[in-house]
Design a protein around this ligand. Structure first.
Ligand SMILES: NC(=O)c1ccc[n+]([C@@H]2O[C@H](COP(=O)([O-])OP(=O)(O)OC[C@H]3O[C@@H](n4cnc5c(N)ncnc54)[C@H](OP(=O)(O)O)[C@@H]3O)[C@@H](O)[C@H]2O)c1
Length: 251
């Protein structure tokens, strides 16, 4: 069991805190957002305090602030050299972290999504991936990346998730227009895709293309779909969005 602190107690901190509490860790969180911190206090018995209180009480500190406030919030409090830091903040670089959290120097940067609370969320890890594996595996697999550029590329892929949800919402609306039943249309579409992905082997590159090719054979409706999406520019649009997000994270 470790003493774990959260600086920034918002959307992403809450599910991580719930998972860490379920694993028996002792938790400390900053007060803001007060609605979230008081809910975690009532539900999990976490200690609530200032950023300095949280740092002083913790062996491992999760940084869950929005990037634009990170400097203001983290500049005044002081860290210890023996502390381990997990940053989930997009676009806050290793160099910035090192300066904000000195003398602490044991870092890992990662990209959690809220569903890690129930497991199955891959965690890209740049830095001390062992720390992340100790905290999150086996429920959430850690995927080590070689450098910050690779981590940022994984952030871009995370942004692909709402893009795909948006496309699925369009497909679901189309289905509901045909059937008149919005609930079943949404259930059918999401279950179809999630069931398919759950059943797939994911260990090796090429599985997505292999599954696609197994479905989209000559003369099939599946091939009509993949051909139209290619020819109408859906893939070019996706690549353009990923590149633009990647560039944004470089700055
Ligand atoms: N949401 C996700 O799914 C997700 C996934 C991966 C990574 N991330 C990263 O996680 C970070 C946080 O995102 P989020 O969605 O959790 O944002 P969020 O809900 O706005 O949480 C940020 C938290 O920081 C608090 N805060 C602001 N100023 C503070 C201060 N001076 N002292 C202490 N706390 C302060 C906010 O409180 P107030 O509400 O009172 O301002 C809020 O509780 C971002 O860097 C984002 O890139 C998020």
């Amino acid at each position: 069991m470790s003493r774990i602190g959260f600086i920034g107690t918002g959307h992403i901190a809450a599910p991580i805190a719930r998972l860490m509490a379920a694993k028996g860790h002792d938790l400390h969180v900053t007060e803001r957002n007060a609605q979230v911190s008081s809910a975690l206090q009532a539900e999990l018995g976490v200690q609530v305090g200032t950023p300095q209180d949280v740092i002083d009480a913790s062996e491992i500190v999760f940084l869950c602030l929005r990037p634009h406030v990170a400097e203001d919030v983290l500049a005044p409090p002081s860290f210890r050299a023996d502390q381990k830091i997990v940053s989930v903040m997009a676009a806050v670089s290793e160099v910035q972290l090192a300066s904000l959290c000195a003398p602490a120097s044991d870092f890992v940067q990662t990209i959690p999504l809220g569903f890690l609370q129930t497991g199955g969320c891959p965690l890209a890890a740049y830095g001390n991936d062992r720390l992340l594996a100790d905290l999150f595996e086996p429920e959430n697999p850690v995927v080590k990346v070689a450098n910050e550029a690779a981590l940022n590329a994984h952030f871009a892929i995370c942004a692909m998730v709402p893009g795909i949800l948006d496309l699925m919402a369009t497909g679901t609306e189309w289905l509901a227009d045909q059937t008149g039943d919005k609930d079943r249309a949404e259930f059918y579409t999401t279950q179809l895709v999630s069931g398919f992905l759950t059943s797939m082997h994911k260990e090796h590159a090429g599985q997505l293309a292999a599954e696609r090719d197994a479905l989209a054979t000559e003369g099939t409706l599946s091939l009509q779909m993949t051909d139209v999406l290619q020819s109408e520019g859906a893939h070019d649009a996706l690549r353009a969005a990923l590149s633009a997000i990647g560039k944004r994270l470089e700055t």
